[in-house]
Design a protein around this ligand. Sequence first.
Ligand code: NAP
Length: 488
Amino acid sequence: MPAPHTAPKTVTLIPGDGIGPECIESARRIIDATGVGITWEVHHAGERIFKQGIPSGVPTDTIESIRRTRCVFKGPLGTPVGYGEKSANVTLRKLFETFANIRPVRELPGVRTPYSGRGIDLVVVRENVEDLYAGIEHMQTPGVAQCLKLISRKGCEKIVRLAFELARSEGRKSVACATKSNIMKLTEGMLKRTFEEIAQEYPDIQSWHIIVDNCAHQLVKKPEQFDVIVTTNMNGDILSDLTSALIGGLGFAPSANLGNEVAIFEAVHGSAPKYAGKNVINPTAVIGSGIMMLRHLGEFEAAARIENALLVTLEEGKVKTGDVVGYDSGKACTTTAFTDEIIKNLGRSPQTVTPRTYKPLRIPRISPDPVVVRPTSRRVVGADIFLESGLLPDKLGPTLEALAEGTPLKLKMISNRGTQVYPDKGTLIDCVDHYRCRFVLRDESGDLKDADLMALLGRVAAQHRWVHVEKLPEFDGQPGFTKAQGED
Ligand code: NAP
C-alpha cells in the first residue's frame, strides 16, 4: 500500500546524469527565487547507481523518498552500455504507475523555426506504462524474436479520461485519438473504441480519431490543427519527439509523468553527455517541467510568474543558448546567464504572447479492481499452437492434420508471420522457422476443454518443437482473436 503523503511541498529531486545536474540546478534556482518554499529531498538514480552494482538503477532510499513525497523533479538518466539491462527512467515511471506522459509544445517567441507564426500549441498525451514498453520479449526460435503489445481496457480508460480532463483544465477545444487500429484491431482498436465511448461524456470537447501515420503527416503539414492528441505508448514516443522539433528542438520540450499516486516531472530530452559540465545547454525544457510541477502542486501563481519570466527572456532575446544561435557563433550565453536573466525577469509579463490560464487537473481514478470487463458469456473455440520448424508448409500441414485425427480439434490453417501459408492459396511467402498452427473445434458450438488441448499438444510435441500456445477465446459471442492475412 502507498505510504501516506507527508507534505505537499516536499519534492524528491534527482539531479540525473550528463547535463541533468546543470538543468536541474537552473530550474531549482528559479523555483526557489519565486519564494514558493519547496523542500527538496535530493536522491539519486541512473548511471552512478548502476555503477554501484544496483541493476535496476533505482536504490531503495530513492524509492522510499518518492513514496513519501509523491512528487519527483528529475534530470535525465543515462543508460550506460554495459551497466543495467533496463532504463532507470522507464523503471521509475513503471514502479509508480505514472500512466500518462504529458508533452506540451507551444510556439515560443524568439525561437525561429520553419513553423514560426503558425501558432502551434498542442499537447501529446502518451500512455506511459503499457504497449510494447511492457518490455515482454522472447526469442521464439534462434532467429525469430517477439515483443508482446499489451493494451488493457483499464489503461485505455485512464489515459482517455486524462486527455479529456487535461483539455478541460487548459481550456482546450479538441482531443484527437491517434491509433493504428486499422491494422491492430484488438490492441490499438481498444484505445479507439474506449475513446469513442468516453468522448460522449465530454460533449463540450470536440473529439476525432486519426490513423497515426496520417497524424505524423498532418503534424508536419498543418500542426496548428491539433490541440490534444491522445495515443498509445510507442506512437506517443515517436509523435512527441516530432512535435518537440516543431517548436525548436529538445531543449524546449517539457513533460510530466502523471499517476494517481505519484507525479514525475522531467524534460523530454536525455543526458546529452557531450555537453555535460560545459554550462552551455538550454535549461528551458527542465524549467518548463518545473512549471508543470508547480501547477500540479497547486502553485499556480509561482508557475505563471516563471512562465512569464521565461517568455520575456525568450522574447527579448538578450541571452540565447547555443542550440538557438550556434555553440560556436560567439553569441551563445551560458546556462547560468540564461538562468540569471529569467530570475531577473520574474514579475514581468510578455508583450507578444498570452500565456494560457490553467485550472487544477482532475486525474481520473478507475476502480482498483484488476477486472474491469466482465463478459456475460465466454468460451474457447480453439487454439493457436506456435512451432519452431524447418519444414515447408506443404510438408508441415499434413503431419499436423494427421496428429489431430480422432481429437475434438482439427487444423484450420497455418500462418507464417501472420499470413496463411497452408492450405496453399498459390501465394508467394518467404517462410521463416516460426509457424502459427490454428486448431479449431470440430463442434462449432463447443467449448474447448483444457484436457483436450493438452492431449493435442502432447501429440504435436512428440513430432515438433512447440514454442507457445494461445487459446482462441470468444467473449459475448465475439471472437477474441484476429484472422491471419488471407484466412477465410
Ligand atoms: P539526448 O540526450 O536527448 O540528446 C540528443 C541531442 O539533443 C543532443 O545531442 C543535442 O543536440 C540535443 N539536446 C538535448 N538536450 C538539450 C538541451 N537541454 N539543450 C540543447 N540541446 C539539447 O539524446 P541521446 O543522446 O540519444 O541520449 C543520451 C542518453 O540519455 C542515453 O543514455 C539515453 O538513454 C538517455 N535518455 C534519457 C531520457 C530521460 O531521462 N528521460 C530521455 C532520453 C534519453 P545537438 O547534438 O544537435 O546539439
